[in-house]
Ligand binder design. Structure first.
Ligand SMILES: N[C@@H](CCC(=O)N[C@@H](CS)C(=O)NCC(=O)O)C(=O)O
Length: 211
């Protein structure tokens, strides 16, 4: 059976759990990372030299990098569906997956860490303000993209929705009073989130209290 190492409140672990749930793939999950440790042991580093989660053992392979894992599972189990066969559709899914890791997450991470994982007296107001503004700005790009399509790579749900689906829940679930200013009203992004939230697997794995 597939084995997944990673605490279930990690955004990158959530991507893998969500695709497994969508595809009905059985797995065993081992808590690792954060307060659970394990990631610095020689055994873990031998699987994943980065000492990060998730790591997945499946089909005799050891996989790391959450987007690569989502792609592998989608390609193997869901070709033509979560894994688009049409190259033009697939590259659209791919680029927003990568954009989530390289543009949105670096913008948003300081805001999330300060407000969710840092004691109030230790929060950095400058970082919070900068991170809020940059996150709001780049989410505007995704909002524009979604204006004329139901999902990230077109009208159907694909792997392309998974990384930013996980990230956007965190943005929306941050309490407004901690943000000190309202989130911009992004109509298309809101519509897309509402569509995702109709998916039982999204509700089960992603739409949980932030921690
Ligand atoms: N690019 C990697 C990033 C992995 C990553 O940064 N994971 C975080 C959790 S979201 C981590 O392992 N942090 C250290 C820890 O949990 O101990 C991926 O997408 O898998």
């Amino acid at each position: 059976m597939m084995k997944i190492w990673g605490r279930d409140n990690s955004v990158n672990v959530e991507k893998v759990l969500w695709v497994c749930e969508e595809l009905g793939l059985p797995f065993e999950r081992v808590d690792a990372g954060g307060q659970f440790g394990i990631v610095d042991t020689p055994q873990y580093r031998a699987m994943n030299p980065n000492g990060l989660v998730p790591t997945v053992e499946v089909d005799g392979l050891v996989l790391w990098e959450s987007n690569a894992i989502v792609r592998y599972l989608a390609a193997k189990h869901s070709a033509g569906d979560l894994w688009p066969n049409d190259l033009a559709v697939r590259v659209e899914a791919d680029r927003w997956m990568d954009w989530g890791s390289t543009v949105f997450w670096p913008a948003f991470r300081p805001l999330f860490w300060n407000l969710v994982r840092t004691l109030p007296e230790q929060r950095n107001r400058t970082e919070i303000a900068r991170s809020f503004d940059r996150s709001a700005e780049v989410l505007g790009y995704l909002d524009n993209h979604l204006a004329d399509r139901r999902h990230i790579a077109g009208d159907r749900f694909t792997m392309g929705d998974i990384p930013m689906g996980c990230a956007v829940w965190r943005w929306l679930a941050l309490p407004e009073d901690l943000l000190e200013r309202p989130r911009p009203k992004y109509a298309a992004l809101g519509r897309w989130f509402d569509t995702l939230s109709e998916r039982p697997c999204y509700r089960k794995v992603v739409m949980r209290p932030l921690s």
